[in-house]
Design a protein around this ligand. Structure first.
Ligand SMILES: Cc1ncc(COP(=O)(O)O)c(C=O)c1O
Length: 377
């Protein structure tokens, strides 16, 4: 169904790629996009930056807005990775007087920084157990306490694939103090789980990137910033205020829109790839919803009759990977290696083996992986 869009990556690799949650195969059109970047660099030289700033980046903003149903495309900031954006956001606060609410299941780009912040005097980070059956109630209750400067959690958890519904985010927005910054790490949700942020876009920071389900490869991550945000990150680059570059001033100025969170010079080829992929998909009637339907069909087929310890079998609350809990980390690694030898590529986190479903998989691939898995259990 979607396989034809990935002929280059499929023919170059002789295994079944069940790790799309880690890094998705790139569609064939990305090859031309890479060349377009090179051609623009050759033909426009320094003038390429004008094209990048006035055409390429706004196109990425428009496409992301279409995918997430956002009204304010200029409220999207970019960086090479989410680590950079999150670090920049944390730099907005007094570094010795800061209270943060999060979960114990955040990806390293967030959790590593938060664990380190927690060591600092005057900073406290509350890591709520995201796998507790009362997690949502406990998290909401804590967020309603009004004592946090920052609340940060994932839309889809990287170690289980479990997803939170937008209604929960809406409830968080309602419960939290107005000045508390709410950050949603949407990397495992963006372009996988259909997501409509229109009801919360003026209240949350949503971070994601192109390397997973958005299929543009590494180098283009973004963060939506509520309109009117006046935060002044300590850590920014000279892209954060183009308007005042030539102005002689001792004051650090910031752009009025999301650009205030920008860094500086970087490789923009990922924007070319991302734009080409989604322009091409939309032209061909392919949407996040249609890919999601396809993936859910494959996941259902995978789960049927497979007697494994899945972290979650409820597909209505699951991203695009399924996770099997193994008895030990050693055992998980062994199973991963055996599957790899049998030409099935998965990945693992601790004692959890992750099976990611990319748009380029078909039913026959899933049946074949199931057979291989059963033989190796
Ligand atoms: C939930 C989540 N957020 C973010 C990232 C990527 O982080 P970064 O862009 O800092 O490399 C990943 C990568 O696997 C992830 O799983």
């Amino acid at each position: 169904m979607f396989k034809k869009y990935y002929s280059e990556f499929i023919s170059a690799n002789d295994y079944i790629h069940m790790a799309a949650h880690s890094h998705h195969f790139w569609p064939d059109v990305t090859k031309k996009a890479m060349l377009d970047y090179w051609n623009d660099s050759r033909d426009l030289v320094d003038n390429k930056w004008e094209k990048i700033m006035t055409e390429v980046v706004p196109t990425s903003q428009k496409l992301i807005s279409k995918i997430l149903n956002l009204k304010h495309p200029q409220q999207i900031a970019f960086a090479s990775n989410t680590h950079e954006l999150f670090a920049r956001l944390l730099s907005c606060f007094p570094q010795n007087d800061l209270r943060i609410l999060t979960t114990d299941c955040e990806f390293h780009s967030v959790s590593r920084q938060l664990k380190r912040y927690d060591e600092e005097e005057g900073v406290s980070v509350n890591f709520i157990n995201a796998e507790d059956e009362n997690f949502k109630r406990a998290f909401l209750q804590e967020s309603a306490s009004g004592k946090y400067d920052v609340i940060c959690l994932s839309q889809v958890f990287f170690n289980s694939g479990k997803s939170l519904e937008i209604e929960f985010v809406e409830e968080l927005v309602k419960q939290k103090d107005e000045k508390t910054v709410l950050v949603l790490d949407g990397y495992h949700g963006f372009c996988a789980v259909p997501t409509d942020l229109s009801s919360v876009e003026d209240h949350i920071f949503y971070m994601a990137g192109a390397y997973k389900y958005a299929q543009g490869g590494e180098g283009m991550c973004f963060m939506t910033v509520p309109k009117g945000c006046a935060l002044r990150p300590l850590n920014t680059g000279w892209f954060a205020s183009f308007e005042t570059l030539e102005k002689k001033t001792d004051k650090v100025e910031y752009a009025k829109d999301a650009q205030r969170f920008a860094g500086s010079t970087r490789d923009f080829s990922a924007h070319y790839r991302f734009n080409t992929v989604w322009e091409n998909f939309f032209e061909n009637g392919i949407t996040v919803e249609s890919i999601h339907q396809h993936i859910q069909k494959l996941q259902k087929l995978f789960l049927e009759g497979l007697d494994c310890n899945f972290t979650n079998r409820d597909l209505s609350a699951q991203g695009h990977f399924l996770t099997i809990e193994c008895p030990s980390e050693e055992n998980t690694k062994e199973l991963y290696e055996r599957l790899k030898e049998d030409k099935v590529l998965t990945d693992f986190r601790g004692n959890r083996l992750r099976f990611g479903f990319g748009a380029y998989l078909e039913e026959e691939d899933v049946l074949s992986v199931k057979k291989t898995l059963k033989q190796n259990l």
